[in-house]
Design a binder for this molecule. Structure first.
Ligand code: SF4
Length: 417
């Protein structure tokens, strides 16, 4: 109990920036997807053109935002608002299915048809998804792990190629993990929430490249999973997930399954994907790594990095969403990456919560002991030193960023500025 109360106290310290997320996590408010299910659309979805679907989506999103605002300010009785058929959730799932036939999920804009297994885009994926593991993650920021963990689903593959990736076995190997259906992913979410998790943490690899599976899973969260689905997901690695606490019934709002959706991403999404996610995501957890495109190309083989990631941060911030930005201090990259990223945050999204992370360790192509080691990355084969970490923290403090609460509670060096 003491552990539980201390976690909630910490939530309260940053609660002014994560109001919506905390209220959904505590089942005081309904998750966005429960509201989106109440927004109807008039189109015949299978026969509508893509343009018609997007126009309808814009109109439905406007109505969704009105309902969301009312819910935030005054609350809403779901019992007085029956689900619509088709709803904004159905429309979103249809749009994502169409997008995948000429994939524009992320900034690579590959425009390959992922429904036929012929030519792959940068992520190398077709329309199927694999999950490497799912469990109650106790390594995330305290605001996400709380006392019962963050309900994390690790999808395979990524649209970036970070040469120091700590999840290289997942993100660089598209065949890692177990093939799953959206129905099974919905069952995982249900199991995680019933085990007490405070959120469903969509991550990888990268969740964006699995948009079709995640959106469909969210759409199907309305009904409890079947025994068969629950049995089926036992194939996937669950770590040592804690069993359901019998005295707890987390995840219910007016009788409906309720859990905040956490988008844990590199933020390399396309503008279309940002529109898709807006009525679905309750809290955004981004990774803002590089302060310039040269470093992004060298270390992650990713062009158009800075403008894409910055634009998406600005969108989320201007939408008034709950947002936590992670920035990893990399060895030798304080001047070229840390300072420009922190400068940009201070100038453009100044009230966002920031986690300036000191946990970089050489992995994958930057680890001389790894089979993947590449000597071109030898300058990355060390931890950031104390001067670099202290300089990053001091810079964030001088800029007036809100980073201490998230950065210090679990940093590995124990350094403070
Ligand atoms: S998700 Fe991104 S990288 Fe993958 S095919 Fe689509 S646009 Fe390309």
């Amino acid at each position: 109990m003491a552990r539980r109360l201390s976690a909630f106290r910490d939530w309260d310290r940053v609660g002014d920036r994560l109001t919506w997320y905390f209220s959904v996590a505590r089942d005081v408010k309904p998750a966005k997807y429960l509201l989106a299910r109440r927004i109807g659309c008039t189109l015949d979805l299978p026969t509508a053109t893509l343009d018609e679907l997007w126009i309808e989506h814009d109109l439905a999103t406007t109505r969704f935002l009105d309902l969301w605002t009312e819910t935030r300010q005054r609350g809403v009785r779901l019992t007085g608002l029956p689900p619509e058929n088709p709803s904004l959730l159905d429309l979103t799932a249809e749009l994502v299915r169409r997008m995948m036939a000429r994939c524009t999920f992320c900034r690579w804009n590959c425009r390959v048809d992922r429904t036929i297994d012929a030519k792959h885009g940068t992520c190398q994926l077709n329309d199927l998804s694999r999950v490497a593991s799912y469990f109650d993650h106790h390594g995330e920021e305290l605001v996400f792990r709380g006392y019962a963990g963050s309900g994390t689903v690790f999808f395979t593959s990524c649209n970036m190629r970070c040469q120091f990736c700590q999840n290289g076995d997942i993100s660089h190997d598209k065949n890692n993990g177990i093939l799953v259906t959206p129905r099974e992913v919905a069952a995982m979410a249900w199991q995680l929430r019933r085990a007490g998790c405070h959120n469903i943490n969509w991550v990888g690899g990268e969740p964006t490249v699995h948009l079709q599976t995640i959106v469909e899973a969210i759409r199907q969260m309305g009904s409890p999973p079947s025994r068969r689905d629950l049995a089926s997901v036992q194939r996937v690695n669950q770590g040592t997930m804690a069993l359901l606490l019998p005295s707890e019934e987390p995840g219910v709002y007016e009788g409906e399954f309720n859990v905040p959706m956490l988008w844990n991403s590199n933020f390399f999404m396309s503008p279309e994907t940002m529109r898709i996610l807006r009525p679905l995501v309750d809290v955004w957890l981004s990774d803002f790594k590089f302060g310039n495109n040269q470093c992004a190309v060298f270390l992650s083989r990713t062009p158009w990095y800075f403008e894409t990631v910055a634009t998406n941060h600005k969108l989320v911030y201007d939408w008034g969403e709950d947002l936590v930005i992670r920035h990893l201090i990399m060895p030798g990259h304080v001047e070229c990456c840390t300072k420009p990223v922190l400068n940009w945050i201070a100038a453009n999204v100044p009230k966002a919560l920031v986690n300036v992370m000191d946990q970089y360790r050489p992995e994958y192509a930057c680890d001389p002991l790894s089979h993947a080691y590449d000597d071109r990355y030898r300058t990355m084969a060390r931890h950031p030193n104390a001067n670099e970490v202290l300089e990053a923290y001091a810079y964030a403090r001088e800029l007036g960023l809100r980073f201490q609460d998230l950065s210090y509670e679990k940093n590995v060096t124990g350094l403070r500025a």
